[in-house]
Design a binder for this molecule. Structure first.
Ligand code: NAP
Length: 248
């Protein structure tokens, strides 16, 4: 059964990693996909073709989620190119890790702008459309680190914790219009980024997880399908930990 048949989603940061996994899984579930990226033009072009081959409308947009104006323009473009809009997935994110002692102002500001302000920018940009149609699902990508904190990631943890407060507030503000806002907090997800780490380090992480493995982009994508679909129509303001039991 295709759980997202006929729906349209915007997914930010889908040229690789988790976002790319979500885009594939959404297309397999019949969802039309508008996705963004920062600089990976070739990867975005290939993804566009892969998604179209699955029989859905798909288009990639180079758009900086940290820019209020670009987010606004993006949504206007998507509304012209696609037939409606049902789901927004705020997935784009970056890290600039350092201990507080060595973290400079730029590293703090950049992470907050790309990870947290982007969520404000994009949610503002889709708000009018969702309000008018009295329907919409907002899904924001936080992290286990936003719930728990992590040494060396004060900027990242602050941005990811901020997303949770933002989402819960929006759930309260927009619930009466049937607009739902939920957060996914992934644990350790094995992507190209983690493939750069040594096998010993990765194995150490896997051993510490109750389910004894790292997550895959598809594990996160399946949770997004649930929160984007009508199966979750009575769920809002929640944080769904998709982490193999890490926070248990
Ligand atoms: P990733 O592989 O580094 O991919 C990041 C994506 O975001 C890329 O498509 C990148 O585009 C895009 N992007 C970066 N800056 C952007 C900007 N300013 N505007 C628009 N797009 C931008 O990351 P990931 O591991 O898949 O993580 C995806 C999300 O999950 C992030 O929010 C991350 O914090 C969260 N998360 C990841 C893990 C994990 O273990 N991987 C765990 C918890 C939470 P380009 O390719 O053009 O650079």
């Amino acid at each position: 059964m295709k759980l997202l048949e006929g729906k349209t989603a915007i997914i930010t940061g889908a040229s690789r990693g988790i976002g790319k996994g979500i885009a594939h899984t959404f297309a397999q579930n019949g969802c039309n996909v508008a996705f963004t990226y920062s600089s990976s033009v070739e990867a975005a072009n290939s993804l566009e073709k892969e998604l179209q081959a699955l029989g859905v409308n798909a288009k990639g947009y180079q758009s900086d989620a940290a820019s209020y104006d670009q987010a606004d323009q993006l949504v206007a473009d998507v509304l012209k190119d696609f037939d409606g809009l049902d789901i927004l997935i705020n997935n784009a994110g970056i890290t600039k890790d350092n201990l507080l002692m060595r973290m400079n102002e730029e590293d703090f500001d950049q992470v907050i702008n790309v990870n947290l302000k982007s969520v404000f920018n994009m949610t503002k940009a889709v708000q009018k459309t969702f309000l008018k149609q009295r329907k919409g699902s907002l899904i924001h990508m936080s992290s286990v680190v936003g719930v728990k904190g992590n040494a060396g990631q004060a900027n990242y943890a602050a941005s990811k914790a901020g997303i949770i407060g933002f989402s819960k507030s929006i759930a309260l503000e927009l619930g009466s219009r049937n607009i739902r806002s939920n957060v996914i907090a992934p644990g350790f997800i094995e992507t190209e980024m983690t493939a750069k780490l040594s096998e010993d380090v990765v194995q150490g992480w896997r051993n510490a997880i109750p389910l004894k493995r790292g997550g895959s982009p598809e594990d996160i994508a399946n949770a997004c399908v649930f929160l984007g679909s009508d199966l979750s129509s009575y769920i809002t303001g929640q944080v769904l930990n998709v982490d193999g039991g890490m926070l248990t």
